[in-house]
Design a protein around this ligand. Structure first.
Ligand code: FES
Ligand SMILES: [Fe+2]
Length: 386
């Protein structure tokens, strides 16, 4: 690893830097990472992607298998994603070199004496699960894929992608910051009145990660589970009448680079097969309405620029969208990479402290060549105690 201090305890920006050779980057590269929405990658299409500060090419071969390889052709460096998917490989558009899904050059049509067997670009294995493409960007054999069986049953499963121009760790911390629900989202629709008061938070490290319990004075409790490196699972109020209970949610916060990240959110709505069509129609109509409104990003920018008051944000007609605007304001308000040296954490920040201590511990283990914790590859259903 480069530029790593071998004595200090990782903190502050150490959590935020995830490029190759960084401690947090090495931590990330131990896991399967959600990188793309499956339905967004059609057969025999290729797209450029940037993950953990690495520029890559994601493509889907003729068989339907997804592949992740380097972004540049090894010949003279043009962008491979602009090339042609050819069977299970991808062919550069410039002089026709072809690379397999394992990154091996397999054809050099312009070379009378091919040396393709000596040319290779990087490649990472991909798998698909719950409507997302996952990649393993580490070395050696990949670990078992994460498994979330409670998202595999009857119901409606859909994902949503959101890019924010800030470091991922702010969003990860926000996802286990139960206290902010009562302030930032006080006017968002949370069924069960979980935003009526400030919760008392308890938390514990588990075999799967972190369990956080948010106890309300009204007796309600919402749990959030954290699964390394950046997955959280929580319950969210139903939005439409077809739903038979709280939604189960999974959020994957994956660095594009140190100053931006993408969140893949999976929603599992408890809807019977008879109600499925009606649910999907209602959802489509609501998103159509939202698309006619001022973009959420613009509203957040207006508030951050002092041109709109936070309390004057117009109601969006969709609780999730309102919540996203509010979170965007809070997280972008911390800066692109939050300065954690000026914080004053209190007892209510117990989950944030635990999260950071786990990251520090695991990063030290990696740095010192000690064994990292073997986490369970699954987490329990998030809906408890409501
Ligand atoms: S640059 Fe790709 S084949 Fe020449
Ligand atoms: Fe929030």
């Amino acid at each position: 690893m480069n530029d790593v201090d071998n004595t200090s305890i990782p903190q502050g920006e150490d959590y935020a830097r995830t490029g190759p050779g960084t401690l947090a980057g090495e931590f990330f590269r131990q896991f399967w990472l959600a990188i793309y929405q499956s339905s967004g990658l059609k057969s025999e299409w290729s797209v450029p992607v940037r993950i953990l500060s690495e520029n890559l090419t994601l493509y889907r071969g003729a068989s339907g298998q997804a592949y992740l390889v380097g972004n540049r052709c090894a010949h003279r460096g043009t962008q491979l994603s602009a090339g042609i998917v050819d069977g299970e490989g991808i062919r550069c558009n410039y002089h026709g070199w072809k690379f397999s899904g394992a990154g091996q050059c397999v054809d050099q049509p312009s070379e009378p004496c091919s040396f393709a067997d000596r040319v290779k670009i990087k490649a990472y294995p991909c798998r698909e699960y719950l409507g997302l493409i996952f990649a393993y960007m580490g070395v050696g054999d990949p670990p078992p894929m994460p498994s979330y069986p409670h998202f595999e049953g009857d119901g409606v499963l859909f994902s949503h992608q959101l890019i924010r121009p800030i470091n991922f760790f702010q969003n990860l911390e926000n996802s286990i910051d139960e206290v902010h629900i009562g302030f930032l989202h006080a006017n968002s629709p949370y069924e069960g009145n979980i935003n009526d008061d400030v919760p008392v938070v308890t938390t514990e490290e588990t075999e799967f990660g972190i369990a956080q319990f948010g106890h309300r004075k009204n007796g309600k409790r919402r749990d959030t589970y954290y699964h390394p490196p950046t997955t959280t699972s929580w319950a969210q109020a139903p939005t439409y009448p077809e739903e038979m209970g709280w939604r189960d949610m999974l959020g994957f916060r994956v660095p594009i680079d140190d100053t931006s990240h993408i969140t893949h959110t999976i929603t599992f709505a408890k809807v019977s097969s008879e109600m499925r069509a009606s649910f999907l129609e209602r959802r489509k109509a609501e998103w159509l309405e939202l698309s006619k409104l001022q973009p959420a990003e613009e509203i957040a920018d207006l508030v951050l620029a002092g041109k709109m008051r936070f309390k004057d944000i117009p109601w969006r007609g969709n609780g999730a969208d309102m919540t996203r605007i509010q979170d965007r304001i809070a997280l972008m308000g911390q800066g692109v990479i939050a300065d954690r040296t000026m914080e004053n954490l209190g007892e209510a920040d117990i989950a944030i402290k635990l999260l950071r201590s786990i990251w520090s511990r695991e990063m030290i283990a990696l740095r010192d060549g000690k064994p990292a914790k073997k986490w369970l590859n699954s987490i329990p259903p998030p809906t408890t105690g409501l």
